[in-house]
Write a protein that binds this ligand. Sequence first.
Ligand SMILES: Nc1ncnc2c1ncn2[C@@H]1O[C@H](COP(=O)(O)OP(=O)(O)OP(=O)(O)O)[C@@H](O)[C@H]1O
Length: 295
Amino acid sequence: MPIQAPRLPKAGETIHGHKFFIGFGGKGANQCIQAARLGAKTAMVCKVGKDFFGDNYIQNFKDYGVNTDFVGQASDAATGAASIIVNDAGENAIVIVAGANMLLGSEELHKALPAISHAKVLVCQLEISPQTSLQALRMAQENKVKTIFNPAPAIPDLDTDFYRASDVFCCNESEAELLTGSPVSNVEEARQAGKELLKRGCGSVIITLGPQGCVVVEAQGSASIHVQTTSVKSVDTTGAGDSFIGALAFYMAHYPTMPLQEMACRANQVAGVSVQTVGTQTSYPLKKHLPAELF
Ligand SMILES: Nc1ncnc2c1ncn2[C@@H]1O[C@H](COP(=O)(O)OP(=O)(O)OP(=O)(O)O)[C@@H](O)[C@H]1O
């Protein structure tokens, strides 16, 4: 729920803002919807509250053609929400209430097992309990389903089992920095961080670098590749990383033999379109609006 205001209010203060709007989000939902907009058959496994926001959240998935059979509604917790205040300088103050997200656990995953085990790709993040994410990744691997893990929001003491459960470990610069403990602010540093993360046991690593595209690090010992992207005029980069991951999941599902570097190159192009329009899910391109050579 973003609010635009001239400045951030002080404790106890009431001020007038410019604008208020409600947008759907959550990393998992964004990634799922980008994949669906490219033509992937998608299902979401998550938990919302039995409330107004939860009902609208489910309808939003349905509007995008996402299967909601595994979207549970908790009666004892509210739908996860974020209150975001952005001032005229572009600085923000954010309060996230995870709510029902934290109630997603083993029971729900077991109900979703038929969908998980028949999927081509499973994508997980850290906006639910980390142990639930890890369990889902393991369930996918046991069923030979490819996994993409997006360690966001990053936690410094990430369980090392997450690396082993990730076919593709995909994060942005600040997440890579937190996980490796080394600065990641340019291509060279991203290459080093990618190599370090790869050593921890994942199949491959992608570190996204905003307008500089991404770095792809595959199999131990092989060179890292900087996949540059086309320069575009960006107006709102919110959710660009999720657009990239949703697109990557689409390519992994639809073109399983395509080299990862080529998938990353195409995901760069998709995410590059998303930054040219205001909004998050609404800025994600549909297949019909993208050049045919991306498919
Ligand atoms: N200004 C830009 N021009 C072109 N492509 C961009 C730009 N910003 C982002 N992208 C594309 O989006 C991808 C993800 O961007 P970024 O690395 O900023 O992710 P992020 O930090 O997770 O984003 P956010 O937190 O804003 O969702 C990049 O790898 C690139 O493909």
